[in-house]
Design a protein. Structure first.
Length: 356
């Protein structure tokens, strides 16, 4: 944080499970929690008591919070189906917006937000870039852009959690997670946007084509019979990346599976291949290549450095610097969020055609 920058007063919209994560990080990046609102006033009061100050107020409605003239920005941490309307309302109220992912549920919603952002001159950022910058990701980006990997032809992402369906296996009170109308989708929308943004950022947001997908839902659960559960638990997506479509991209995601906990990205090229592996807190980077002048002799390098996998702090810090000093946007922009939503949308269309 630039110590000469003013402290920004922030209004929090939504005080659910993700809100404390934000509240813990905000002060160190120059944000002051000035107001909060939630569907349940008691929840907002509890959060303000723990993370606010004597100046922090609880507002009874979104409209009351947005009417305050002492707020520089708002952070939206509500279920996804509310993001678009709340973002547009905040922009029209003159506030910059930090929004949880998924940023919106349709590309049309993104277009509407873009129009209002341009009209009001207020900026928006989504939190789907938590894996896209910093740590091992920056190391990999350097290897790609330097040509160390040669011609890249394969990218594979595997993310499995054996028992991790939100709304069912954990945060069980968050019923909206299992209902596509409110969540937008299952594991592809929830975790797939993080991982796809990481890959797309590594390759400078490439063209993608031939998106194909298969999804599965069918593991047992103890939800009451009147509770909607129509989101995927496992998703397999394949696409071709690049102007010539020469990079095969596969995404294997599971919020429930009979498979060890896995979080791994593999990139293969003609000169070398590399792996970022966060499985079971392994948190390591390795690169395999042939020794100079010794064809067929494989060598492998491992990193002893173990950075954090989630790089959320960069978003808070970078967003403020972008607005105050014209620094590069730290991602995710509205255009990038639109790309992620379109990619998921194409995958869902493909999966529906497969089962029809």
């Amino acid at each position: 944080m630039n110590t000469s920058d003013p402290i920004w007063n922030l209004g929090l919209i939504g005080c659910g499970d993700i809100a404390p994560t934000h509240c813990k990080a905000l002060p160190q990046h120059g944000y002051h929690l000035r107001a909060a609102t939630s569907r349940t006033r008691a929840r907002a009061e509890s959060l303000v008591q723990e993370y606010g100050s004597e100046e922090t107020v609880v507002c009874d409605s979104l409209e009351t919070l947005l009417a305050r003239d002492d707020l520089d920005c708002v952070l939206i941490a509500t279920p996804p189906y509310l993001h678009t309307q709340q973002t547009i309302a905040a922009l029209r109220a003159g506030k910059h917006v930090l929004c949880e992912k998924p940023f919106a549920l349709t590309t049309e919603d993104c277009d509407a937000i873009q129009c209002v952002s341009e009209e009001t001159g207020r900026k928006v950022i989504s939190f789907s870039a938590r894996l896209a910058h910093g740590g091992f990701t920056d190391v990999v980006h350097h290897q790609i852009t330097s040509g160390a990997l040669g011609e890249i032809y394969r990218v594979e992402v595997v993310f499995h959690r054996p028992h991790h369906r939100p709304g069912i296996d954990w945060v069980k009170h968050a019923h909206w997670f299992s209902d596509r109308r409110y969540a937008g989708g299952g594991v592809l929308t929830d975790m797939g946007q993080y991982l796809t943004e990481q890959v797309f950022t590594l390759f400078d947001w490439p063209v993608y084509r031939d998106v194909q997908a298969q999804i599965f839902r069918g593991f047992p659960h103890d939800l009451p019979s009147d509770r909607v559960h129509d989101v995927e638990e496992h998703a397999n997506v394949f696409a071709r990346l690049g102007d010539k479509g020469g990079i095969a991209y596969s995404l294997d995601l599971a919020a429930r599976s009979h498979y060890p906990p896995t979080h791994r990205i593999t990139i293969l090229g003609s000169k070398a291949g590399l792996v970022i592996d966060h499985s079971d807190e392994t948190n390591q980077f390795s690169m395999m290549f042939e020794a100079d002048n010794v064809p067929g002799q494989r060598m492998e390098q491992f990193s002893r450095w173990k950075p954090a996998r989630w790089q959320g702090d960069r978003i808070y810090r970078g967003f403020k610097a972008h607005i105050l000093h014209g620094a590069p946007h730290p991602g995710t922009t509205i255009e990038q969020a639109r790309t992620l939503i379109d990619f998921c949308h194409q995958a869902y269309i493909s999966a529906a055609q497969l089962t029809s």
